[in-house]
Design a protein around this ligand. Structure first.
Ligand code: HEM
Ligand SMILES: [Cu+2]
Length: 685
């Protein structure tokens, strides 16, 4: 289903006819011998999703170690583990890494893997651009981290306020790495946003109207629109900072007529929508998990969708609540106080709807359910302290103290990360074909919940007692000693819980060899992605499903009778997909996305050290763009180029209109009338 009916390009079938005989590097790298090459040149949204997730976990370990260093330094007054300068670098890189290289890409991992499946598509609209986005994110993230090797990380805080971020106060290159690395990662977010928006609006399977889309897909759509408009604001600010630092401009230099507040405004016009695009994917995932484990449809589907859309709009009108003490004047302070209070409403709607979904349900406290409830409770705590910030006089007291640090960790870790943890446990069998151990999973949840609250709850007290954030040490006897010890113990328990999760991955993988496979629908779920085999095959669906209602898959399995009894009408065997994808066309792998992406850090190093390198990087980028443009639309018989059979040789450009061939008609299987033979399973509502 598409907003505009694209006329497929009249490309001749890619049947290896002479016209398309590519030359060497211009051929598509199908059937590479080494497995790693199938990952390097893949354009498969599922593999790209897995790579986003893997890279994010890698950066999480880096950001987590930085957090432990911070906590170790603050274990006792007058700590000597880190110098003031190193401490500044560690918390700046911690915050930057966690925000841009962990929470955002985990959201991108789920959006890439899950959203095309949820809308019944075979891939995203622009698979090569999708690969390019991923490699840009990785290139930008690695470039940023190399600052540790070349003189040290950025040290001006994760939002690097001017004029502190200028060459006068920060002469080293740390901030150039921060600036250019995030500009490169920004390219990833922007191209990714365009790709996913076009995919949602254009590649839905037959019958999948917008208001039949699962909530995660809706939250993905809102998130991508936030990215589409927020990232360019940050990128503009970063170009101004680059001109100031590398080309002696004075946009933020007061002495030369510049204005540091310009940076603050630009950063937070991006920065506040940024916090919503970090949390909305987790909100979407929790809205997928709660109905499955409450065995009830989500309460108030359209309310949750509209409150997400409302947040997507209102999120642009609150940025200056980060600047209540920046001298913006009483009118601005009052205005942004009000808008900040208002934005609590749509968030509150979600929490009410989730609670109402649980109410009266048959609750199954699996690990995904526990983490989902973890998000609801911890995010509510973070949300409430957020409301206290909107009261400007109180915020004047709280600003730049540990009360603020507590607040954003409750919403970002307690909110986003708990949601993602639940979704890892929930979707792991679909992605990797084995379940993570549930007993370990539940223990993982309780240890993480304990460690999390021990780390961040006392920070509310420390902050209200006046302990500033971003101080590398403190004097004894101010009442900070005890609670700092509790926070540090908590942080190490939290780290242990993360190690438990990583252990569970490997332990369950080994165990899986002696366990029966989980099958397509281990949780008895509701949405169509669960009717594909586990792990999801390369072609996703064959045939493309036709959707008749929300929770389509559920109502192919069950029917509600008039007297609210839920009866099973079809076995999983009957409703799940089993095909081998024979003849399904898939976009072919390509060399050029990764080459184009990694030309950008070369240019960035050139901007810092020698412009000659920019030339080299520019050349590589130009070659990559021409290679990309000139390579054949696909490689006949190439498929995604990984382990599956030949395809029907349609060109990439003309393809991917979903539902073209072999779409199944829902009414054959979906929950029409509960016939006599329907087996009663439970009463609903
Ligand atoms: C893994 C457990 C974590 C611990 C123990 C931790 C601890 C801390 C601490 C103690 C600070 C304050 C440093 C200071 O002001 O001197 C801090 C700052 C920060 N943390 Fe975390 N954090 C963790 C995870 C996260 C996560 C998941 C995020 C998600 C986005 C995050 C984002 C931030 C940000 C943005 C800052 C502000 C850095 C700055 O002031 O520039 N942290 N963290
Ligand atoms: Cu904000």
């Amino acid at each position: 289903m598409a907003l505009t009916e694209p006329q497929p390009l009249a490309l001749p079938a890619g049947d290896g006819s002479a016209a398309f005989e590519p030359l060497g590097v211009l051929s598509r790298p199908v059937r590479p011998k080494q497995k790693w090459r199938t990952w390097l040149f893949t354009v498969d949204h599922k593999r790209i999703g897995v790579m986003y997730g893997t890279a994010a976990i890698f950066f999480f370990v880096i950001g987590g170690c930085e957090a432990l260093l911070i906590r170790a330094q603050l274990w006792s007054p007058r700590g000597t583990l880190l110098s003031a300068e190193t401490y500044n670098q560690v918390f700046t890189m911690h915050g930057t890494t966690m925000v841009f290289l962990v929470v955002m890409p985990v959201g991108a991992a789920f959006a890439n893997y899950l959203m095309p499946l949820q809308i019944g598509a075979r891939d995203v609209a622009f698979p090569r651009i999708n690969a390019f986005s991923f490699w840009c994110f990785l290139a930008g993230g690695l470039f940023l981290q190399t600052s540790w090797l070349f003189g040290g990380g950025a040290d001006g805080g994760w939002f690097n306020y001017a004029p502190n971020s200028g060459v006068v106060f920060s002469p080293g290159h740390g901030i150039d790495y921060w600036n250019l690395g995030l500009i490169i990662a920004g390219v990833a977010s922007l191209t990714g946003a365009i790709n996913l928006i076009v995919t949602v609006l254009n590649l839905r399977c037959p019958g999948m109207d917008l208001f039949k889309m699962p909530i995660f897909t809706w939250m993905t759509l809102v998130t991508q629109f936030l990215l589409l408009f927020a990232i360019p604001v940050l990128t503009c600010a970063q170009f101004l900072l680059m001109f100031d630092r590398l080309f002696h401009a004075n946009f933020f230099n007061v002495q030369s007529g510049g204005n540091p507040l310009l940076w603050e405004n630009l950063f937070w016009v991006f920065g506040h929508p940024e916090v919503y695009l970090m949390i909305l994917p987790a909100f979407g995932l929790v809205s997928e998990m709660l109905p499955v484990f409450a065995r009830k449809p989500i309460f108030g589907y359209s309310f949750i969708v509209w409150s997400g859309i409302a947040i997507g709009f209102m999120g642009w009108g609150v940025w200056a609540h980060h600047m209540f003490v920046s001298g913006i004047g009483p009118i601005s302070v009052t205005t942004f106080s009000l808008t900040t209070m208002f934005i609590a409403v749509p968030t509150g709607v979600k929490i009410l709807n989730w609670t109402a979904t649980l109410w009266g349900g048959k609750l199954h406290f699996t690990s995904p359910m526990l983490f989902s409830i973890g998000l609801i409770t911890m995010f509510t705590i973070g949300g409430l302290s957020g409301v206290t910030h909107s009261i400007a006089p109180a915020d004047t007291q709280q600003h730049d103290t540990y009360y603020i640090v507590a607040h954003f960790h409750y919403v970002l870790f307690g909110g986003a990360f708990f949601g993602f943890m639940g979704a890892f446990y929930f979707y792991w069998p679909k992605v990797f074909g084995y379940l993570l151990n549930e007993r370990l999973g539940k223990t993982n949840f309780w240890v993480m919940l304990l460690g999390f609250n021990l780390t961040f709850a006392p920070m509310h007290v420390l902050g209200l007692q006046g302990m500033s954030r971003r101080i590398y040490t403190y004097d004894g006897g101010y009442g900070f000693d005890f609670w700092n010890k509790v926070c540090t113990i908590g942080a190490f328990i939290l780290a242990f819980s993360v190690a438990m999760f990583i252990f569970n991955i490997f332990y369950s993988k080994v165990k899986a060899k002696s366990l029966p496979p989980p099958g397509p629908d281990p949780w008895d779920a509701r949405t169509i992605e669960w009717m594909t085999p586990s792990p999801t095959p390369e072609w996703n669906y064959d045939p493309i499903p036709t959707v008749t209602r929300l929770d389509e898959f559920w109502y192919r399995k069950y029917a509600d009778t008039e007297d609210h009894r839920l009866v099973r009408i079809h076995s999983l065997e009957e409703v799940a997909q089993h095909s081998d994808g024979e003849g399904v066309h898939l976009p072919s792998p390509s060399y050029w996305p990764i080459i184009a992406a990694f030309s950008l850090p070369i240019i960035a190093y050139g901007l810092i050290y020698t412009l000659w390198l920019c030339l080299v990087g520019g050349l590589v980028l130009t070659v990559a763009i021409f290679g990309w443009a000139l390579e054949p639309p696909d490689a006949p018989g190439g498929g995604h180029g990984d382990e599956h059979g030949p395809d029907d040789a349609h060109g990439e450009a003309g393809e991917l209109e979903s539902g073209a061939s072999g779409s199944d008609t829902a009414d054959e299987t979906s929950g029409a009338e509960a016939g006599a033979d329907a087996k009663e399973v439970e009463t609903v509502g």
